[in-house]
Design a protein. Structure first.
Length: 242
């Protein structure tokens, strides 16, 4: 029987690359999206044409009831979720004094609240099975901070705290919790910075280029099978933060 993975925010970028990599690794995948329905359905179609098992489900991870419905659907269609990848997130560059309470709360609701909602939804089955794997996607800004990205950095720092604390709590049950902290990855989320800024950033990275979504996905696949690894934060940043 195939193991089942739920990947949030997986219609594009790192999430889509992760869905592909996990499907190729033998997982049945449930892809989550909030707006990009056409992209999610197109990727499901592509994966199925290659012989993989894949579905997609629309849900705002900040909405606990929507998340519960998504997990119920995934369980009915694919079986119990054994791997959760908390990837969904929002970002935005803005000076601290200009952040509105609504923007601050939305970022925490999606980035951190999404991890909370999805983890709580899949955890009962994992606890019952005495096994499972949760991989949270943070950022290098979660451990080092970034100017004009205070809210984003705070959420990603909190995800690291969540990872380490939950790993300690769940280790006796056989459930592993780890974290991936990507650097500057070539996705739609960073393209808004503009070509000039991205070129400058690439020059600051020791490996001399931006990361690729597949390189984050490959790390996630590795952690999914790393049975003696828990509570760790893996920076995948080309040496940007040394």
């Amino acid at each position: 029987m195939k193991k089942t993975a739920l990947i949030t925010g997986s219609s594009r970028g790192i999430g889509a690359a992760t869905a592909i990599a996990l499907a190729e690794a033998g997982y049945a995948v449930c892809m989550n999206y909030i707006e990009q329905q056409e992209k999610a359905e197109a990727l499901v179609k592509t994966l199925r044409e290659k012989g993989h098992t894949a579905i997609c489900f629309q849900a705002d991870v900040a909405d606990a009831s929507a998340v519960q419905a998504m997990v119920k659907h995934a369980r009915e269609e694919l079986g119990q979720i054994s791997l959760l990848v908390n990837n969904a997130g929002v970002a935005g560059q803005i000076q601290f004094q200009d952040i509105t309470p609504e923007a601050w709360n939305r970022m925490f609701s999606v980035n951190l609240g999404g991890c909370f909602n999805c983890t709580q939804a899949v955890l009962p089955d994992m606890l019952n099975a005495h096994e499972g794997c949760i991989i949270n996607v943070s950022s290098i800004w979660g451990s080092h901070g970034a100017s004009c990205e205070v809210a984003y950095s705070c959420t990603k720092h909190a995800i690291i705290g969540l990872t380490r604390s939950l790993a300690a709590e769940l280790a006796p049950t056989g459930i592993r919790v780890n974290c991936v902290a990507p650097g500057v990855i070539d996705t739609d989320m960073v393209k808004v910075l503009g070509e000039e800024t991205l070129t400058m950033l690439a020059q600051e990275i020791p490996l001399g280029r931006l990361g690729k979504p597949k390189e984050i996905a490959d790390t996630i696949v590795h952690l999914a099978s790393a049975t003696y690894t828990t509570g760790q934060v893996f920076s995948v940043d080309g040496g940007f933060i040394l």
